[in-house]
Design a protein around this ligand. Structure first.
Ligand code: GCB
Length: 617
């Protein structure tokens, strides 16, 4: 199965989010629709013992706190009152908005009200709700476990902290005041994805946009436009574009029109009985088609209509494939000059969630000379991916299958699969995403191989137009021989591994190292690096100094140049980031200091070493 049939099977087989109301597959290109933002001030209540959800016998109570938002009896408001509770900015993590919640992991309740005026569907603007229109309540991401009620009715439940989801709440809305209540719980559990231990801050809350989205009764739940690969990219008179789509309803006979004004191209397709358009090809004159690349991040405006409703997207056309040890973009070999990034704002600002946040981080990457970023270790916010696409930066996108996952637990596998589905579904029309990564530094075992093997095959069944990889680990075959020996090799297109010579191992070993990578596939070194505190100076063998990190980058880049088939690197990491594992007072203070820039964006000496190395690539 490929991305075309995917749309399609994925949407058919998507795991339910255990909703009480109708849970829908997440809508493709949500920003194209008319919407009412519910971002802004939300009231919140910190609920350490989950009193609002369980009764004193620990039985879940069906209404949670809602009984207090809409009191039935006077005593309902004795203990809780959302209106009197403080507010915080949504989207946003709670850790950086309330000092008391900096280390908090647990449940926080959120409440927001909005008005629907008589006959109108949204506040402060004109426009009436057309008959039959549906309203979806959309969340860009909530970390980690979230339950949603609208006007006292349960809208749904979702787990996974970094991917979008939506519920159809049309029948729950009413004229006048409406209330949404969200219970968010970011407690860690061994069987979760990620699991108990990970090296980043467990920012809790409604961390991405919330909105009500108006859709027609029949709308494009998913679509994809992909450029077909051809042997020898040059000299072809026409190129084929493959279009697939899926409506929210399995109805035949709907007209779907794809209109690309700049290419003067308009094609009409008709849905089959499943409400799908499957793998329909159309040709474009090659010389008219400007391919997306880092040098030319060309996006075409695309209008997509179903019946009389039209939405717009911006889509780039390119191909990505491998040939032996090379990665080919549009048929040409490319070296991926990358950097790893966490989805965190500069200046201690917590979770990123805007084009400005993205632009800041990506501008530093550009200054380094990057054409590629590894968005570690979970799907980043959509602004990040879109801004990278506009800036001509290729992307590795990853799910948080990190370290010691509960490999034998079926629910854990389903959870990972669901997060992968939502990541691919949200972003599979982005030209800049070239790699789906299914895991990071996972310990070898038969159970892990079984889990990851299935996950890799699933990823490929969703999208066979991109490369699959994962960050592996090398093992020391002998003292100075690094061997990649991972059964997962058979499932990936690109072999990637993390190594920390110079940090978790002596930097003087670097010149002696040899590499055995017995696979005829491109190699990405997905992490290397070491910690330094900006402004702390000393000798090159003195840990935490900029000079130490600078030397480590010199030694590592020279060493990596000797790896046969090296097709790219994503050193660890662009910016210092918060992590509860990094407790060294006076140096780390809960920051992982391996950034090439400080949290404030100050460039450390190693920044310039990498910059110079990338100039040679
Ligand atoms: C790793 C992990 C990354 C950590 C990094 C470190 O191997 O993949 O998440 O932050 O090492 O700093 O130790």
């Amino acid at each position: 199965m490929n991305i075309r049939t995917l749309i399609i099977a994925v949407m058919g087989t998507m795991l339910p989010s255990m909703a009480a109301a109708e849970t829908l597959p997440v809508i493709q290109n949500v920003n194209a629709y008319e919407s009412l933002s519910l971002n802004g001030e939300w009231n919140y209540i910190v609920d350490v013992q989950e009193e609002g959800y369980y009764d004193y016998r620990m039985k879940p109570t069906p209404w949670g706190f809602f009984r207090n938002a809409k009191p039935q009896k006077p005593e309902d408001l004795i203990e809780y009152d959302f209106d009197k509770s403080p507010t915080m900015q949504i989207p946003g993590d709670w850790n950086t908005q309330d000092e008391r919640l900096f280390f908090y992991e647990g449940t926080v309740w959120f409440m927001r009200k909005w008005k629907v005026e008589s006959g109108k569907w949204k506040e402060n603007t004109e426009g009436t709700q057309e008959v039959g229109k549906r309203t979806l309540l959309y969340f860009g991401a909530v970390n980690y476990d979230c339950r949603v009620w609208v006007n006292g009715q349960e809208a749904g439940h979702h787990i996974g902290g970094f991917t979008p989801f939506n519920f159809d709440v049309t029948d729950m809305l009413k004229e006048g005041e409406n209330t949404v209540i969200v219970k968010v719980d970011n407690k860690r559990h061994a069987e979760d994805v990620p699991t108990l231990s990970f090296d980043w801050w467990n920012y809790g809350g409604i961390t991405r946009d919330v909105k009500l989205v108006k859709v027609a009764p029949v709308y494009l739940e998913d679509y994809s436009l992909t450029l077909e690969k051809v042997k020898g990219e040059k000299g072809k008179k026409v190129r084929e574009i493959c279009f697939s789509a899926k409506l929210n309803k399995a109805e035949a006979g709907h007209k779907v029109v794809v209109f690309i004004p700049e290419l003067k191209l308009e094609k009409t397709f008709t849905t089959d009985a499943e409400g799908k358009i499957q793998n329909s090809m159309f040709s474009v004159q090659s010389k008219k088609l400007s391919l997306w690349s880092p040098e030319n991040p060309k996006l075409y405006k695309i209008h997509l209509s179903v019946d009389s409703e039209t939405i717009t997207d911006e889509i780039g056309f390119r191909t990505i494939e491998t040939r032996d040890k090379q990665i080919l973009l549009n048929g040409q070999p490319i070296f991926l000059k990358g950097i790893s990034i966490h989805d965190e704002k500069a200046n201690g600002g917590g979770r990123a969630n805007s084009t400005e946040d993205a632009h800041q981080l990506l501008s530093w990457a550009k200054e380094l000379g990057c054409n590629f970023v590894r968005l570690a270790h979970y799907p980043h916010n959509e602004y990040m991916v879109r801004e990278a696409e506009r800036m001509g930066i290729l992307v590795w996108s990853e799910v948080p299958v990190y370290w010691t996952i509960a490999w034998t637990n079926p629910a854990t596998f389903e959870n990972a699969q669901q997060q992968l589905t939502e990541m691919i579904h949200r972003d599979h029309n982005r030209a800049n995403i070239i790699i789906w990564s299914i895991a990071n530094e996972t310990p070898h075992s038969a159970e892990r191989d079984n889990f990851l093997g299935r996950l890799a095959q699933y990823a490929r069944s969703l999208d066979d137009t991109r490369l699959i990889s994962m960050a592996m680990e090398v093992t020391g075959a002998s003292n100075y021989v690094n061997r990649l020996n991972d059964n997962m090799n058979q499932y990936v297109d690109v072999v990637s591994f993390n190594q920390y010579i110079g940090w978790y191992r002596d930097v003087n070993d670097a010149p002696k190292m040899t590499w055995e990578i017995p696979y005829n596939k491109p190699v990405i070194v997905s992490e290397f690096g070491g910690g330094a505190k900006y402004g702390y100076h000393g000798e090159k063998n003195q840990r935490w100094t900029e000079e130490f990190q600078e030397n480590l980058y010199r030694e590592n880049t020279a060493m990596l140049d000797k790896i046969d088939g090296l097709a790219g690197t994503t050193p660890w990491i662009l910016k210092d980031f918060r992590s509860p594992r990094r407790v060294l007072a006076g140096i780390q203070d809960y920051y992982n200091m391996k950034g090439l820039v400080s949290d404030k964006g100050e460039k450390k000496k190693a920044f310039f070493v990498l910059q110079q190395w990338y100039e040679t690539k």
